[in-house]
Design a protein around this ligand. Structure first.
Ligand code: F6R
Ligand code: MG
Ligand code: MG
Length: 364
């Protein structure tokens, strides 16, 4: 069995929240490489989306392994020290815990892990987001694994037509439920359609019970109880054979769906699929970005990556995202561009409410 762990954090932005400094990325890769050489990891790849550092690691130690999580935490700590030296913006912003306590979950960074029995050929796509929230993968996961208009295999491939099971978390109540599609699709959608409350954690193939996909559902605001930045989640999906094809896994991103995040984590914006070189959200601190890196696993080795959205096939989605961004920006501080009051990460409401309290009059 081999485990793929993707653990990520924003430990400082360059410039502002728009990108990652190359020295931080180099430090990330060096730390992982040292762990590979001492045998903790089988393989590793440090990468980025916007101002977030993503550590993609393969190993034989299973999910939630203390040493692998400690490696990620220590790497983020070292990266933070460097970010402080360079006076990068928001150095260490996602490291909410005072110290590592055995597991990265609940400490600030986001994580998505899956232990798999590597197939004779194992194509995997790792999705990395910036300027958006945990839960944003609900819609694309639904399309990949339950929408026959997206995934032809659900209708015409014997290996897929039994459908998939969605493990959905209620991130506020800390509960989870498993729902089977296609027959429980409507139950799944009432929950998944509210991504700020319900996040898809895992998807399984019903025919074989194999894990198909996983996403990080860690919500910074719920951990800290206050605004500390956006979750900028990570996800991964296995492709081909008993799973949707690579092209079916990428197809949901041909539409720039709206997600929560963007400026000050308080706006709806279009989720733009981009090549790594364009994963640098700057316009109004966005629009939110999504990068897809493809790997072939070979005995745990990460053969790749291929930069999957570096393809003219996604040009229309990018143009659509820009068009939608122009349109939404014209709304300025009005909903639905601005998030509803209870969802905003930044607000002056309590201060203004206090100032205006004595001036409210009964309706005349
Ligand atoms: C979004 C994000 C940025 C900041 C914004 C203001 O996730 O991180 O949009 O919220 O740049 O940052 P501060 O308040 O630090 O000046
Ligand atoms: Mg940031
Ligand atoms: Mg970020």
């Amino acid at each position: 069995m081999i485990t793929i762990s993707a653990i990520k954090a924003d430990i400082g932005g360059y410039v502002g929240h728009s990108a990652m400094h190359p020295d931080i990325l180099a430090l990330g890769q060096e730390e992982l490489e040292k762990a590979r050489q001492r045998g903790l990891l089988v393989d590793c790849h440090a990468t980025y989306c916007g101002d977030d550092l993503f550590l993609i690691m393969t190993h034989e130690r299973g999910e939630n392994d203390e040493e692998v999580h400690r490696l990620a935490w220590d790497t983020f700590i070292k990266g933070t020290e460097l970010a402080k030296k360079l006076k990068l913006y928001g150095a260490g912003q996602d490291l909410l815990a005072d110290a590592f306590s055995g597991n990265i979950r609940g400490a600030g960074p986001g994580s998505a892990e899956m232990e798999i029995d590597e197939r004779p050929s194992e194509p995997i796509i790792v999705f990395m987001a910036d300027k958006t929230s945990a839960g944003s993968f609900n819609l694309p996961f639904y399309k990949m694994f339950a929408d026959p208009f997206n995934t032809a295999g659900l209708v015409i491939a014997e290996s897929l037509y039994e459908g998939f099971t969605f493990e959905i978390q209620d991130v506020r109540e800390h509960l989870q439920i498993s729902l089977n599609t296609p027959e429980e699709a409507y139950y799944a959608l009432i929950l998944m359609g509210a991504p700020s409350r319900y996040s898809v954690k895992r998807v399984y193939a019903r025919a074989t019970k194999e894990i198909a996909a996983v996403s990080s559902t860690d919500k910074l605001s719920l951990i800290a109880g206050r605004y500390v930045g956006k979750d900028d989640p990570v996800a991964m999906a296995r492709c081909q054979g008993n799973f949707p094809a690579v092209g079916e896994v990428l197809e949901p991103f041909t539409t720039a769906y709206l997600v929560e995040g963007w400026m000050r984590g308080s706006h709806h914006g279009p989720w733009m699929p981009v090549a790594l070189k364009d994963a640098t959200p700057s316009r109004f601190d966005g629009p939110p970005r999504i990068v897809a890196l493809g790997f072939q696993l070979a005995d745990g080795k990460l053969v790749g990556p291929r930069d999957m959205f570096d393809d003219p096939g996604f040009d229309n989605a990018r143009a659509e995202a820009n068009h939608v961004a122009d349109y939404l920006r014209k709304h300025g501080p009005f909903e639905p561009h601005r998030l509803p009051l209870e969802e905003m990460e930044y607000t002056t409401m309590p201060i203004i409410a206090k100032k205006l309290a004595s001036r409210w009059q009964p309706l005349t």
